[in-house]
Design a protein around this ligand. Structure first.
Ligand SMILES: *[C@@H]1O[C@H](CO)[C@@H](O)[C@H](O)[C@H]1NC(C)=O
Ligand SMILES: *[C@@H]1O[C@H](CO)[C@@H](O)[C@H](O)[C@H]1NC(C)=O
Ligand SMILES: *[C@@H]1O[C@H](CO)[C@@H](O)[C@H](O)[C@H]1NC(C)=O
Length: 508
């Protein structure tokens, strides 16, 4: 593990601040002239989901260093669990982050489908969503059974292998009536409900099927309450549900309302707003675990639209919390309720995979900016803020990601002249199976490929890595997984933001 950066330096010694101010002013002058190819970045971001595919790859697979893998997933349990996504640089299929990824891809298409289409990427975005939802359909084998995970993190992490060579356990784990998982069921319901909106026009039969699964999953999650990591202990060291399941139930309920217009779901979100923490929690992170900010932002939109006057007193309180989140990202709350920014201006939540919080914040700020613009409203932070400022800030985060930062590096792999070349990713770091089919074993991979200093042989284009530390410093080493590992849910929210920024540039 790497030495911890001294994050306290952000707020303390003056010496440090002066040094950074000097660097920073040089950097701002040089950065202001940069322009970015958002359309190119959007195309690349969608390629990433092809690199993460598990299962039998289709004829039109564009990431050609990958091949079929995980073809017997579920076989031991007598269920077909072939397909879906690997979450990051390993080969476990974790249900909760996979579902969140699909929710965010779908939300991107719901808000910015037109802009994605203008960039010529709608077909790829729909394929990325469907690769996930096809898997969820398989994994939801009966109304109250959902397969939660395939593979197990502990044996997987002993091995450094290509997915095509995988010899590790493919144990599958499920939630059911006796082993509940309301968070997983709620998020998967959210993903399928959001995707059902996406496919409503182009594929109504599929859309209807997704909605049916979403409704059953929501009912299952609500009726049999519990945290999925109590039922599937194996996830505890990887994707423990720290925030519990109440956020996912509200979130799933709200997405079902968006998909169905059925008042039943809206009333659920209103009636449980207080007891489930929806209007009590002002949180400054939005992630695969913590959904409150996203939920509050959609509820705030309902408030702005003014269509649900009978629920205004609750929607208003959702909106207050949504705005707390937004203002916090802008550092415009009164007092200390603000997130940190690095000296280079990047949102900084925590050291391990900080970029996930950056891309999700950029997305939420972008959609909130549009909600405000469309309803001709402003935001009250500690002072009034217009919609332009939200978009400008979101853009600054994306520009930082794409290279406008003290390291002059794009954290979106494959974009621009300089990007991480030793991404912590098993498949990318080993010679492609299509080039060399000779079996590479578990420890052989560590000895011959993981420990090499050379760049990875395969570029995992479109992956958004964990990113720099609190002082904008980044070290491109394969073993530095806190910074060089990428995850599907880092890139997913970027899809919508990049489409919006590209379109905005076209408009000017
Ligand atoms: C902001 O915080 C300061 C210090 O805590 C307080 O005196 C002031 O009243 C607050 N302003 C608002 C608008 O809440
Ligand atoms: C980044 O680019 C600027 C301007 O070209 C340069 O002054 C600076 O030294 C570069 N920083 C790094 C870490 O390469
Ligand atoms: C940045 O990281 C490099 C490589 O790990 C290290 O040598 C350097 O001291 C770090 N710089 C700061 C300011 O932390």
């Amino acid at each position: 593990m790497k030495k911890q950066p001294r994050c306290a330096a952000l707020t303390s010694p003056l010496r440090f601040v002066q040094q950074w101010c000097l660097l920073l002013s040089i950097f701002i002058i040089s950065a202001s002239a940069r322009t970015f190819d958002y359309a190119g970045a959007l195309s690349k971001s969608l390629l990433y989901f092809e690199a993460q595919r598990s299962g039998r790859l289709p004829y039109n697979q564009r990431v050609t260093w990958r091949d079929n893998s995980g073809l017997t997933d579920g076989l031991e349990q007598g269920v077909d669990l072939v397909g879906g996504y690997y979450d990051a640089g390993d080969h476990v299929k974790f249900g909760l982050p996979m579902a969140f990824t699909v929710t965010m891809l779908s939300w991107s298409v719901i808000e910015y489908g037109e802009q994605i289409a203008i960039a010529g990427e709608l077909e790829h975005a729909l394929e990325a969503i469907k690769w996930g939802t096809d898997y969820f359909i398989k994994a939801h084998t009966s109304p109250n059974v959902l397969w939660a995970e395939v593979g197990d993190g502990d044996t997987d992490h002993y091995c450094w292998q290509r997915p095509e060579d995988m010899t590790t356990s493919r144990q599958a784990y499920k939630i059911d009536e006796n082993n509940p998982g309301s968070d997983l069921a709620g998020e998967t319901a959210a993903a399928m409900a959001a995707a059902s909106i996406v496919f409503k026009k182009t594929n109504p039969h599929y859309s209807h099927l997704l909605l049916h699964h979403a409704q059953q999953l929501f009912e299952f999650g609500d009726k049999y309450r519990g945290k999925y990591d109590s039922s599937v202990e194996e996830v505890k060291s990887y994707y423990a549900s720290v925030s519990g399941y109440m956020d996912e139930l509200l979130w799933g309920g709200l997405w079902l309302y968006m998909a169905t217009d059925n008042e039943f779901y809206l009333k659920y979100v209103i009636n449980k707003a207080h007891s489930f923490g929806g209007i009590g929690w002002a949180i400054t992170e939005f992630s695969w675990d913590v959904k409150y900010a996203g939920l509050q932002i959609i509820a705030a939109k309902l408030h702005m639209e003014g269509k649900h006057k009978e629920h205004n007193h609750i929607l208003e309180r959702y909106r207050e919390k949504a705005e707390h989140y937004i203002c916090s990202c802008l550092k415009k709350n009164n007092g200390s309720n603000n997130v940190d920014h690095t000296p280079g201006g990047l949102i900084y939540i925590r050291q391990w995979n900080n970029m996930q919080y950056v891309s999700s914040a950029a997305f939420l700020l972008t959609v909130y900016s549009d909600f405000l613009r469309k309803s001709d409203q402003k935001l009250s932070c500690h002072g009034v803020v217009g919609h332009e400022e939200l978009l400008t800030f979101a853009k600054s985060q994306v520009n930082y990601i794409l290279g406008s930062n003290p390291m002059n590096m794009s954290y979106l792999v494959g974009y621009g002249p300089s990007y991480p070349t030793r991404v912590h990713h098993r498949g990318a770091s080993i010679v492609s199976y299509r080039e060399n089919k000779g079996f590479i074993g578990c420890t052989q991979g560590y000895d011959n490929w993981y420990s090499r200093v050379e760049p990875n042989p395969n570029v995992v284009v479109g992956a958004l890595v964990g990113g720099p530390d609190c002082l904008d410093n980044f070290s491109d080493e394969r073993g530095n997984y806190m910074q060089t590992e990428a995850c599907t849910y880092n890139t997913a929210p970027l899809v919508g933001v990049l489409a919006k920024l590209n379109h905005q540039k076209v408009e000017v």
